[in-house]
Design a protein around this ligand. Structure first.
Ligand code: HPA
Ligand code: ZN
Length: 326
């Protein structure tokens, strides 16, 4: 089989996927029409043309605006179902999806609407595709600690359906330590922890996530490579990094995929995984990310299999289930 088919057939877990970032322009138009909402684009082509970003904030502005079409339980259900159907076709057998409740509660869509729509899609995907799924609630780091605490309180009735909390949105100027107390409270409720760090932010932010937050995973982590002591710390901690190559390219974290550090991460003994982040905005699914780095960095099948294996050992599944996937 060719490398593309090998990649699709390789059983994979996706660990870094923002469900709001899986909103394809076609569904954006359909939901805008269904909900009587006006969006500032005339066509799907015009939407795709707007997806040219020079940094993370450029993208976030458009990503938060796009989320405005999401209004009802059915909208969140349809959004997640479209993602799970594509992921299953891509060889994803386990998906841990992130959502940003504050993006929706801030514009008057209730937390219950959001999570009930996502949970029904998760149950349906498990039944239809035989996959497993988990939900990660992300706090928006450009908002306050107080707002994050309010969101954690809103999540209380659904805690048995939430596996972990995460931290996303604008990284620069928002060091992780700002949320140390919220993460401690989440940990006390039995939730796992992950945090975006070292995407645009400096190695110091990755240190904070390790030393002050006490994380189970790091989302991105690219800039950790600038600090040899940090690389050593991540390696000895066996810390999983959820790396997103096409995202890195579109947000100018790397200038060219030919310079992507994924194989340097593996060579340094880091537990890297490959993920799509916001596939509708960054131009590719998880399998597209595997194919893109395989081509750009000349990864062989053994390296790709290692990355897929890391996606299971780095997942929040129970140990016995992980063992059954290895
Ligand atoms: N970084 C930070 N926040 C985000 C991202 C990202 O890559 N995607 C969606 N929210
Ligand atoms: Zn992300």
């Amino acid at each position: 089989a060719d490398l593309g088919s090998f990649i699709t057939a390789l059983p994979k877990a996706e660990l870094h996927l923002h469900i709001e970032g899986s909103l394809e322009p076609e569904l954006m138009f359909a939901l805008a029409e269904r909900n009587g909402i006006t969006i500032p684009y005339r066509s799907v082509e015009e939407v795709r043309a707007a997806y040219a970003f020079s940094n993370l904030q450029d993208f976030l502005d458009i990503y938060y605006a796009g989320a405005a079409v999401l209004q009802t339980r059915a909208d969140f259900h349809d959004l997640a179902t479209a993602y799970f159907d594509r992921a299953a076709a891509d060889g994803v057998i386990h998906a841990e999806i992130m959502f940003d409740p504050q993006t929706h509660t801030e514009r008057g869509v209730a937390f219950a609407i959001v999570i009930e729509g996502l949970l029904s899609a998760m149950a349906q995907a498990e039944a239809r595709h035989g996959m497993t799924t988990r939900l990660i609630l992300c706090f928006l780091r450009h908002l306050s600690e107080e707002a994050a605490f309010a969101t954690l309180a809103e999540a209380e009735p659904w805690l048995e359906h939430i596996t972990a909390v995460g931290l996303d949105s604008s990284e620069l100027g928002h060091p992780p330590a700002k949320f140390a107390r919220v993460f401690a409270a989440a940990r006390a409720k039995g939730l796992k922890i992950t945090a975006h760090a070292g995407e645009e932010g400096p190695p110091a932010y990755v240190w904070e996530v390790l030393d002050i937050i006490g994380t189970d995973r790091i989302d991105h982590g690219n800039r950790a490579l600038e600090d040899a002591a940090l690389v050593e710390r991540l390696r000895t901690a066996d810390m999983t990094l959820t790396v997103c190559p096409l995202s890195n390219l579109k947000l100018c974290v790397v200038d060219d995929l030919a310079n992507h550090p994924i194989d340097r991460m593996l060579a340094a003994g880091l537990k890297a995984t490959l993920n799509s982040d916001d596939p509708a905005y960054f131009g590719g699914t998880i399998a597209d990310n595997y194919r893109a780095v395989a081509q750009a960095r000349g990864l062989d099948r053994a390296a790709l299999a290692t990355l897929a294996r890391n996606s299971f050992t780095g997942s929040f599944l129970p140990h016995e289930t992980i063992a059954s996937h290895l």
